[in-house]
Design a binder for this molecule. Structure first.
Ligand code: ADP
Ligand code: ZN
Length: 618
């Protein structure tokens, strides 16, 4: 990259001071600065940055530097209000035009546009399709366009929106207005398509790493899902989390179970009224409830930055969806955790659904997607490495932040056990289910076994030293690894595949993964942890710090309620934690806390300083 032009060299320090002054951040996230410099030099941009990468800043900050208006195209009306609120809270004059605002509000926006008071205008793509809409750009003195979720223009992407196709008219009509296209999900094919469709000219192109180092990945066999979910959630009380379940019935059951244990949880699925869904989503955003239990219908409309964990109670359909859904955790860059529970039952259900698809191409795609998901869930290798490999990104492994790398799970040699189980199946002519076979191996004399005389088989009781749970787990693992399948037409009888035969006859080995016996689950997403710049070392808060943090959090909650906005609009958690640790007494000291810019200092500084002073005087 050629950065030597005087304009670029001169503006870099200026950008950094704006970053601090307005947004309260001390440094740029990867690629932000370069993107901003390039767009200010008039260049088109294509940027694929992961969720939480800080895409908004890439158009918000330049809008403050250039004269005129920056138009932001965003597909989700539900998100626009939050985006506008966040921008305004930092002191960037912003507004939106979409079908959800009242005539009075619209009038106000138009007056602001007429006087040139706005820096950012968020609009939905369908609005540009309206007659004369593009001409308005001249009237509004539009000098830049940013397109959020730019992958929506491509049919190769996963949420193609026909309305996005209108956007190519921007370039046709305004060849000289620089366009910034942003997305979190572009494959290379989508990238090329977006660039062509929008008519970007020699764009500055960035594909950031899709690694999310702040996210811890964890996968477990699903046994008693509700108990496991409840214990996970309880260990992280008061932190925000999302729990995904495959069906509405499971969503309801999980939420009810958690509520009975005194956990504030609400449901979100397509069977609820719009009103109820919105209410639950607002409660979640405003921290009135910590947990939302949802089908995958939930997520697109939320960009709460401080979600600390995402649980999947069932196997997702593809690694892409898993990546996206888990990616909703930790957008603020603080530690976050994931937990995936899955069972052979999940696998069987998904396979059944795939068989119901009409189109053979679709069947094949769905089958491949499931295979990639399984490769991630059912392998003893660094999860991050497998996940990133799926997005064509190499990672050396040994990430130190997944259950495999931290030794929470271990790989065990299970060839002998597998053979014992398979031979029980062979000797009973592959006519029985896993429970029955486990009883034979374990040597449990049930009525049914006595009836059939199977206590006389040589396999009976060969595995008496292990629990039945162990044998059922072996049965599951064998099926997951493709050595057996259950024949749905024959009462789920365990049937041995070609590979299974090879294993049985000694031509293959078998290893499986277990939760390490005495591994304690480490809490990775703690409410009270502060990464201390510049060395990035973490430090736990003292008991006193925690008290102050809670006091500040309560203050923030009440103020947020008063102004009818989510608490994170006032300050993110990181800012409150910094206040609790550094205990600023003056405005200058407060300004040094991350996330405090001049506008926020003016709006909230006194209030928070008073709270800190009151606490210190006690
Ligand atoms: P994306 O749209 O890429 O998912 P956002 O623009 O919503 O990400 O930003 C995610 C979070 O990161 C926001 O809370 C934002 O304030 C914060 N953020 C953005 N840039 C920086 C930065 N340079 N330093 C610290 N935090 C940042
Ligand atoms: Zn790892």
């Amino acid at each position: 990259m050629n950065d030597t032009s005087p304009l670029r060299a001169a503006s870099a320090p200026h950008l950094l001071s704006l970053l601090k002054q307005v947004f309260g951040f001390a440094e740029f996230r990867p690629h932000q600065e370069q993107i901003i410099l390039e767009t200010l030099a008039g260049r088109d941009i294509f940027a694929a940055l992961p969720t939480g990468g800080g895409k908004s800043l890439c158009y918000q900050l330049p809008s403050l530097v250039r004269s005129g208006l920056t138009i932001v195209i965003s597909p989700l009306i539900a998100l626009m209000k939050d985006q506008v609120d966040s921008a305004k809270a930092a002191g960037v004059e912003a507004a939106c035009l979409n079908s959800s605002i009242s005539p009075a509000e619209r009038h106000e926006v138009y007056s602001a546009l007429a006087t040139g008071a706005l820096k950012l205008l968020y609009i939905a793509p369908e609005r540009l399709a309206m007659d004369g809409a593009l001409e308005e750009l001249t009237a509004w003195n539009c000098t830049a366009v940013a397109i959020d979720e730019a992958h929506c223009i491509s049919e190769w992407g996963h949420d193609f929106r026909p309305d996005y196709r209108q956007l190519k008219r921007i370039r046709e009509q305004y060849p000289n207005i620089p366009i910034t296209a942003l997305t979190a999900t572009a494959t290379r094919r989508v990238q090329d398509d977006v660039i062509t469709q929008l008519g970007l000219k020699n764009p500055y192109t960035i594909r950031a790493s899709f690694n999310r180092p702040e996210i811890f990945y964890r996968v477990e066999p699903k046994r008693d899902a509700l108990t496991r979910i409840a214990s996970f959630v309880k260990a992280r009380a008061s932190l925000s989390g999302i729990i995904y379940r495959a069906t509405r019935a499971d969503v309801e059951a999980t939420a009810t179970y958690l509520q009975k244990q005194g956990i504030g949880a609400a449901c979100y699925h397509a069977g609820l009224s719009d009103e109820t869904r919105r209410q639950h989503q607002d409660d979640f955003k405003a921290d009135r409830i910590p947990v939302i239990v949802a089908t995958i219908a939930f997520g697109m409309g939320i960009d709460k930055p401080d979600i600390r964990y995402v649980i999947h109670g069932d196997l997702p359909k593809s690694l892409e969806s898993y990546y996206q859904e888990t990616g909703r955790a930790g957008r603020d860059g603080e530690n976050a955790e994931t937990l995936l529970l899955w069972s052979i039952g999940d696998l069987a259900k998904t396979r059944w659904h795939i068989r119901q698809l009409d189109d053979s191409g679709e069947q094949e795609r769905a089958g491949k997607a499931l295979q990639s998901m399984l490769r991630f869930a059912d392998t003893f290798a660094c999860r991050r490495r497998i996940l990133l490999a799926h997005f064509n990104e190499e990672h050396p492994g040994n990430c130190g932040s997944c259950d495999v790398c931290t030794g929470e799970v271990e790989s065990i040699e299970a060839t002998e056990d597998a053979r014992k189980f398979l031979s029980a199946a062979i000797r009973t002519h592959q006519q029985y289910g896993a429970h029955y076979l486990a009883d034979i191996v374990k040597g449990t004399l049930s009525d049914k076994i006595r009836d059939k005389g199977h206590q006389n088989l040589p396999t009976f009781g060969v595995g008496a030293d292990m629990t039945k749970k162990h044998w059922l787990a072996i049965a599951n693992d064998l099926e997951a690894a493709g050595f057996t399948y259950r024949d749905e037409e024959r009462y789920k009888a365990v049937t041995i595949t070609q590979e299974g035969m090879e294993l049985l006859y000694g031509r293959r080995e078998f290893r499986t993964v277990r939760r390490a016996k005495d591994s304690k689950e480490k809490l990775h997403a703690a409410a009270y942890r502060l990464p201390l710049a510049p060395n990035g070392q973490e430090r736990e808060l003292s008991e006193e710090d925690k008290k102050l943090f809670e006091a500040l959090r309560a203050l923030r909650f009440n103020k947020a309620k008063e102004i009818g906005k989510p608490p994170y609009i006032i300050f993110p958690n990181r800012t409150l934690i910094a206040m609790a640790v550094f205990r600023p007494r003056t405005q200058e000291e407060l300004l040094a806390c991350p996330g405090v810019g001049e506008k926020k200092l003016e709006a909230w500084g006194k209030l928070f300083l008073n709270e800190i002073n009151a606490f210190l005087e006690q």
